[in-house]
Design a protein around this ligand. Structure first.
Ligand code: IMP
Ligand code: MG
Length: 178
């Protein structure tokens, strides 16, 4: 285990088993369809790559990078698009793949945006859900694990851009960010 980890929350094996289970459920819903699978950079990339390889329907891949304006105390409550999609979502069935839903700000705004652009349908698939932290009226259609209000790293998730490559999900030691 990495020295900055308090403990391992989810092992590689637990993640692998659950991601397959969830992908299988999602796959059943898209039989005969050709969804556009939108990964939210960068946190979702590892989950995304494991998830899409479990889908049997044909898929098209695309990515977006977003952040909220004014990090910290003052937030204008607006989503900033750092990298937009390459594809037009008009008439498409979109699957948004995200690492974690926390306040719900990112996903609430993204879902609205893609529907405004004319997507035929938009569903949200998350690896982790911190339900206790929710401030926006949004929930994932599919979620792999509900977790407590702890800061987690690994399997794509970072703290200051570090730890994304850990193969498991760990709880970051408080002294690292305090
Ligand atoms: P939301 O917009 O408040 O739902 O925040 C979602 C984003 O916050 C995620 O895409 C992550 O980038 C980040 N985030 C929230 N909690 C954690 C965590 O425990 N570890 C790493 N990133 C997190
Ligand atoms: Mg993120």
């Amino acid at each position: 285990m990495h020295q900055d980890c308090e403990r391992i929350l989810l092992t590689e094996q637990q993640i692998c088993t659950r991601v397959k289970e969830v992908a299988c459920e999602v796959d059943a819903r898209y039989a005969g369809k050709f969804p556009l699978v939108v990964g939210i950079l960068k946190g979702s990339i590892i989950f995304y790559s494991d998830f899409i390889r479990e889908l049997s329907c044909p898929v098209e891949l695309d990515f977006m990078a977003v952040s909220s304006y004014g990090s910290g105390a003052v937030s204008s409550g607006k989503l900033k698009i750092k990298k937009d999609l390459d594809r037009d979502v008009k008439g498409r069935d979109v699957i948004i793949v995200e690492d974690i839903i926390d306040s719900g700000f990112t996903l609430a705004n993204l879902k609205t945006l893609l529907l405004e652009r004319g997507a035929a349908s938009v569903i949200i698939v998350t690896l982790l859900n911190k339900a206790e932290r929710r401030e926006y009226d949004i929930s994932p259609d599919y979620n792999c694990f509900d977790i407590e209000n702890e800061f987690v790293i690994g399997y794509g998730l970072d703290y200051n851009e570090r730890y994304r490559n850990l193969p498991y999900i760990g709880i970051l030691k408080h002294e690292v960010y305090e």
